[in-house]
Design a protein around this ligand. Structure first.
Ligand code: PXG
Ligand code: PLP
Length: 460
């Protein structure tokens, strides 16, 4: 999540009243928490606080029911507070609350790794656990550089990301990421260049994968000419950009990236933190779009958001390359890992969540209902300020015409209006994003889209 809302000078000039506190928090408590990717000043004047959740609804601290239009933060596709997950977590935390991940293990992480291997495309066979999407991406980048170094090609260290790409907030992730707002305050990151994004005006209001734009993958050839493949470790893209406003890949685009990477001996990394595990109507974006990367990253949906957990899934060749360099038994092959890598409670949540995903055939449900969702979302065409709509599976992005001189303002105002009506949506840059849970009903989709439409009509 990306572009935060920058205040307009007029808004900034508003006198900021002393924090009054809310019905449940004192002013001091509100001030103490520096919130992530949040307009802290605005939030603390007017807090939006959830107290509980069930199914596709939150309940606020003042008892209002709010429809969850983004499945948490793209995390909770199975719906909230699934008893299968809550019970697995409660049982695990009372049995083995923590287990050191370095040089010792516990069975659940191996079972979960095996399950992830089963659910991801053939050839992706080893799983390294982290605690978030951001850690997952930085781990994948280290694997890519370490792989080439171990194979005697240390020069292959540059990364190629994509403009508008989001790969979390750690230093590697913002380097390969293509969102200026997330980078500009923080100085130098990893060495990276970027291919262009795939938004083309001729594709406006496309349904699913746009027809035009496969040629944009050829820009990778230009960057290979410029930098030379001997200097490039990996290409990193989201199969479908989520955070930048839901940008499905143009038809043929990902296949072309794969061909160019193969031709030049460059690793292809798919960041599937949003597209992984159901949202596209398949188990992964790789499966849905028919292109297998060398490394895939997963997070969010892997535990249904109930515990922090991420996973890097790699081809055996990459794992074996590290193992082959390992040296004597007392040497570790990959000097990397987090205190909470493969945390037993997170693994228990992951096993339970993936079980529900499979047993209830939820990726298939998303696929069979995605035309309904698509039709509903595209009914917003023609509503005030709607400039473009894009969708795939259970994900849609609606771009809005800019408020004069303030590109970020209108989505923010739309988000707040929807919240007043009892609907949570996500705003970022000039776009709002809609991503209901995999268990949503047609009626719930209708009332959700109606509320967004009504809110658009009420905008100044
Ligand atoms: N890669 C991708 C493709 C993501 O979407 C991350 C990495 C980072 O994951 P963590 O767990 O470190 O946040 C993400 C996360 C939004 C939104 O509004 C998107 C994300 C997170 C929060 C909000 O689209 N993506
Ligand atoms: N900083 C210090 C001082 C540490 O000791 C550690 C871990 O031992 C870390 C940072 C990294 O923490 P984590 O493993 O939770 O990412």
């Amino acid at each position: 999540m990306p572009d935060n809302v920058e205040s307009h000078p007029e808004t900034q000039a508003e006198t900021q009243p002393e924090l009054q506190g809310s019905s449940v928090l004192s002013a001091e408590e509100l001030r103490a928490h520096w919130m992530p990717f949040t307009g802290n000043r605005q939030f603390k004047r007017s807090p939006r606080l959830f107290a509980s959740a069930e199914g596709v609804y939150y309940t606020t601290v003042d008892g209002r029911k709010v429809f969850d239009g983004l499945s948490g933060l793209w995390t909770c596709g199975l719906g909230h507070c699934r008893p299968e997950i809550s019970e697995a977590v409660s049982k695990q935390i009372a049995t083995l609350d923590y287990s050191p991940g370095f040089q010792y293990g516990h069975p659940l992480s191996f079972k979960l790794a095996h399950k992830v291997v089963e659910l991801t495309p053939a050839g992706l066979d080893q799983v390294f656990f982290t605690d978030s999407g951001s850690e997952t991406i930085d781990t994948a980048l280290k694997m890519a550089r370490g792989y080439w170094r171990s194979r005697g090609m240390p020069g292959k260290s540059k990364f190629i990301g994509r403009i508008k790409g989001y790969h979390g907030v750690n230093y590697g992730g913002i380097g390969v990421g293509g969102i200026g707002f997330n980078r500009k305050l923080f100085g130098q990151s990893v060495d990276a260049d970027h291919i262009p994004h795939t938004v083309l005006p001729e594709n406006d209001f496309s349904r699913g994968m746009p027809e035009k734009g496969a040629h944009l993958a050829d820009e990778l050839e230009e960057l290979v000419l410029l930098h030379d493949a001997s200097n490039i470790a990996a290409v990193v893209v989201e199969p479908m950009s989520g955070t930048s406003g839901v940008l499905p890949p143009p038809k043929g685009y990902l296949n072309r990236l794969r061909e160019i990477c193969d031709k030049h001996n460059i690793l292809l990394i798919f960041d599937e933190v949003i597209t992984g595990l159901g949202r596209m109507g398949s188990l992964t974006g790789a499966e849905e779009f028919g292109v297998t990367p060398d490394i895939m990253t997963l997070a969010k949906q892997i535990t249904n958001g109930a515990q922090p957990l991420g996973a890097v899934v790699t081809k055996t060749d990459i794992y074996d390359t590290f193992m082959d360099q390992g040296g004597p038994d007392y040497m570790v092959e990959f000097p990397h890992g987090y205190t909470y890598s493969a945390h037993p409670v997170a693994c228990a949540a992951g096993l339970a969540a993936l079980d529900v995903l499979e047993m209830e055939e939820l990726p298939q449900r998303v696929k069979s209902m995605s035309a309904y969702f698509e039709n509903a979302v595209h009914q917003l065409k023609g509503a005030p300020y709607v400039k473009d709509i894009r969708n795939y599976g259970f994900a849609a992005g609606v771009s809005l015409e800019h408020y004069p001189g303030e590109p970020l303002r209108r989505p923010f105002e739309l988000g707040l209006k929807c919240f007043d009506k009892g609907f949570y949506i996500r705003w970022g840059a000039d776009t709002v994003q809609l991503a209901p849970a995999f268990v949503v009903t047609e009626q719930q989709i209708d009332s959700f889209i109606n509320a967004v439409g009504e809110s658009l009509h009420e905008l100044p």
